[in-house]
Design a protein around this ligand. Structure first.
Ligand code: HEC
Ligand code: HEC
Ligand code: HEC
Length: 484
C-alpha cells in the first residue's frame, strides 16, 4: 500500500479503535440509533412533530443538510446545482414563504420568484398530500433560522440558465409516476412513500432522453455518477426477487443485510438521513409495495449467493480483534508468495488492512464486511471497479471512509483485485474483468442524454428557425398588402 492510503487507514483505525471492545455484533450499522427522531421534541405540537417525521421520510436533509442551510452540490449533466437555505431566515431562507408557497415549490417546482430545477425532487413530491405539507410547513418554521447564504450558487450554461424552460420540461415529465390499481391499503402507503416522499426512483429509475423517468423501466436500476443504484423490482435474476420483505426492512433500517448487501455511497446516506428513522409500519409498507410492482429484467444479472463457496471467518474473535488480525495479515502476506503482483498479495496489501484477510472486515471499526455483497456478485463489474477506483465517502460524519485507488494501482492491478474479490468473497465460479474493462469504466463519463448534450445547439437552431419563420410571415403579409 502506498504511504497516503496507509496513513489514512492508520488514522481511521486509530480514531475508531476505541470502539473495538464491544463484542458480538456482526452488523456494523446495528449500533445506529434506532428510529428515534433527533428533531422531535415533546415540547412541540403534534403537528410540528408530524412535520419532523415527514421531513425525515422525504429526506430533505440529504440535500439541504441536517441544519437546512443548503449548499450541497447536486451533480447533473448540465453542471452542478446547489441546494438552497430553507431555514426560516427572512433574508436567505424561506422565512417569507406561506404554506401555499411551500406547496407550489414542492408540488410544482415553483418558488415565489423563479422556477426550480428538478434537482429538487418536485416531480416526486408532486403527489405529496396537503396534510403532510401543512405539517412540514409548521415544522420548518420551528427550525433555527440561519442568516447565511450557501457558499456556492447555481450557474448553469445557456440555455439551462433560462429557468422558464422548466415549464416545458415539467409538461413532459411531471408527475414522474402514476398510481397503480389493485393495491392493498398497506401497499398504497408503500407506494406513497416510495414514489412521493422517499423519491426512491430519482436514483433507481433510469432516465429517458429528456432526463425524465423512463416509466417502462420503473425502479430497474440507473447509473449515478460513479455509483450504480441497482434494480429493486422483484425480478429474480437482476432485481431483489430473492429478498424477503423482512430483508428489505432490515436493509432500510440498518444499511446492511448480512452476507448479501450493503448500503454504501448515496444509499448509505438515504439510510443514515431517512429510512433508519421510519416506523416499522412504514418500512413494512415499502417492502410490501416493492414486492407488488412489476418485475423488470435487465442485463445486469446478479448471481444468487452460493454460501458453500464463501469463506468462513477465521474465528469470531479475529473479526473483532484488530491486533490479532494484524498478525494474521502479516502471516498471510508472507504466505501469499514472493510475487507482490499476485491477486492475493495485491488484495492483502491494498484492502486487507480494512476488510480483513477473508473479507469479513472489522465491523466494530465500521470497516464493512464485503463477503457475499450484491455489489461484488453482479455480472456487471462496474460498481465494484468504481468503488476500487474512487472509494466510498462515509455516509455519516462518524463513519470511516474508503480511499480510492485510481492513482495508485494500474488497470491490470485493479482488474486483478476485482477478480480476486468476486471469486473469493462473492462466491462466483469465475470472473474475467480485464484491464481494458477497467479503462472503459474509468473513462466512462456520465453519458449525457441526447437532448441535454445538444440543447445549446438545438436552442440556437430553434432561435434561427423562429427568426426565419417571422421573416416568412412578414414577407407574406407584405406581399398580400401589395396585391390585395
Ligand atoms: C435531491 C435533493 C433535494 C431534496 C431531497 C430536497 N431538495 Fe429542496 N432543493 C434542492 C435544490 C438543488 C434546490 C435549488 C433548486 C434550484 O436552484 O432551482 C432546492 C430548493 C428548494 C426550495 C426553494 C427555495 C427557494 O429558493 O425559494 C424549497 C422551498 C425546498 N427546496 C424545500 C425542500 C423540502 C421541504 C424538502 C423535503 C421535503 C426538500 N426541499 C428536499 C434539492 C433538494
Ligand atoms: C440518493 C440515491 C438513492 C436513493 C434516494 C435510494 N437509493 Fe437505494 N441504492 C442506491 C445505491 C447507489 C445503491 C447501491 C449501494 C451499494 O452498492 O452500496 C442502492 C441500493 C439499494 C438496495 C440494495 C439492492 C441490492 O441489490 O443490493 C435496495 C433494496 C434499495 N437501494 C432500496 C431503496 C429504496 C426502497 C429507496 C427509497 C426508500 C431507495 N433505495 C432510495 C441509491 C439510492
Ligand atoms: C482504509 C480502509 C479501507 C481500505 C484500504 C479499503 N476499504 Fe473498502 N470499504 C471501507 C469502508 C469504511 C467501507 C464502507 C463505507 C461506508 O460506510 O459507506 C468500504 C466498503 C467497501 C465495499 C462495499 C461497497 C458497497 O457499498 O457495496 C467494497 C466492495 C469494498 N469496500 C472493497 C474494497 C476493496 C476491493 C479494497 C482494496 C482495493 C478496499 N475496499 C480497500 C474501507 C476500506
Amino acid at each position: 500500500m502506498k504511504p497516503l492510503s496507509m496513513m489514512l487507514s492508520m488514522l481511521v483505525i486509530g480514531m475508531t479503535s476505541g470502539t473495538v471492545m464491544a463484542q458480538g455484533s456482526n452488523v456494523a450499522r446495528a449500533t445506529l440509533p434506532n428510529a428515534s427522531l433527533p428533531n422531535v421534541s415533546p415540547a412541540n405540537s403534534e403537528l410540528v412533530n408530524r412535520g419532523a417525521y415527514i421531513a425525515r421520510a422525504a429526506d430533505c436533509m440529504a440535500c439541504h443538510g441536517e441544519d437546512y442551510t443548503g449548499g450541497t452540490a447536486i451533480e447533473t449533466p448540465m453542471g452542478d446545482i446547489y441546494s438552497t437555505n430553507i431555514t426560516p431566515s427572512k433574508r436567505y431562507g424561506i422565512g417569507d414563504y406561506t404554506e401555499k408557497d411551500l406547496k407550489n415549490a414542492l408540488q410544482k417546482g415553483r418558488a415565489p420568484t423563479h422556477m426550480l430545477y428538478p434537482a429538487m425532487p418536485y416531480p416526486s413530491y408532486h403527489g405529496m398530500k396537503d396534510e403532510d405539507i401543512k405539517a412540514l410547513f409548521a415544522y420548518l418554521q420551528t427550525v433555527p433560522a440561519v442568516d447565511e447564504a450557501p457558499k456556492q450558487k447555481t450557474d448553469l450554461p445557456f440555455p439551462f440558465n433560462i429557468r422558464a424552460l422548466m415549464l416545458g420540461w415539467n409538461f413532459l415529465n411531471v408527475p414522474s409516476t402514476e398510481n397503480r390499481e389493485g393495491l392493498s391499503p398497506t401497499q398504497q402507503r408503500g407506494e406513497y412513500l416510495v414514489n412521493n416522499l422517499e423519491h426512491c426512483g430519482t436514483c433507481h429509475t433510469p432516465r429517458n432522453s429528456t432526463m425524465g423517468f423512463d416509466k417502462e423501466k420503473y425502479l430497474s436500476g440507473a447509473q449515478l455518477g460513479h455509483w450504480y443504484a441497482p434494480n429493486i423490482t422483484p425480478d429474480e435474476s437482476s432485481g431483489i426477487g430473492s429478498w424477503s420483505e423482512q430483508d428489505i426492512i432490515t436493509y432500510l433500517r440498518t444499511g446492511e443485510l448480512d452476507q448479501r448487501a450493503y448500503a454504501g455511497g448515496p444509499m448509505g446516506e438515504a439510510v443514515a438521513h431517512s429510512t433508519q428513522y421510519l416506523t416499522h409500519e412504514d418500512l413494512s409498507a415499502i417492502a410490501s409495495y416493492l414486492k407488488a410492482i412489476p418485475a423488470v429484467q435487465t442485463d445486469d444479472k446478479v448471481s444468487a449467493v452460493d454460501v458453500a463457496r464463501l469463506p468462513t471467518p477465521i474465528n469470531d474473535s479475529i473479526t473483532h480483534d484488530l491486533l490479532a488480525q494484524k498478525d494474521y495479515l502479516a502471516q498471510a502476506k508472507a504466505g501469499a508468495g514472493n510475487s507482490s503482483n499476485s491477486p492475493e498479495s495485491l488484495y492483502l496489501a491494498t484492502c486487507g488492512s480494512c476488510h480483513g484477510i477473508n473479507g469479513y472486515g472489522q465491523p466494530d471499526a465500521q470497516y464493512s464486511p464485503i463477503v457475499g455483497l450484491s455489489s461484488i456478485r453482479r455480472d456487471n463489474p462496474d460498481a465494484l471497479v468504481n468503488i476500487i477506483l474512487h472509494g466510498v465517502v462515509g455516509s455519516t460524519n462518524t463513519s470511516p471512509i474508503m480511499p480510492g485507488f485510481a492513482d495508485q494501482l494500474d488497470s491490470e492491478q485493479v482488474a486483478s483485485i476485482a477478480n480476486y474479490v468476486r471469486v473469493n468473497f462473492g462466491g462466483l465460479t469465475d470472473s474475467d474483468v480485464s484491464a481494458a474493462d477497467v479503462e472503459r469504466i474509468a473513462s466512462a463519463g456520465n453519458e449525457q442524454p441526447f437532448l441535454i448534450k445538444y440543447a445549446g445547439l438545438l436552442a440556437i437552431i430553434g432561435i434561427i428557425v423562429a427568426i426565419l419563420l417571422i421573416i416568412f410571415i412578414i414577407r407574406a403579409i407584405m406581399r398580400k398588402r401589395r396585391h390585395p
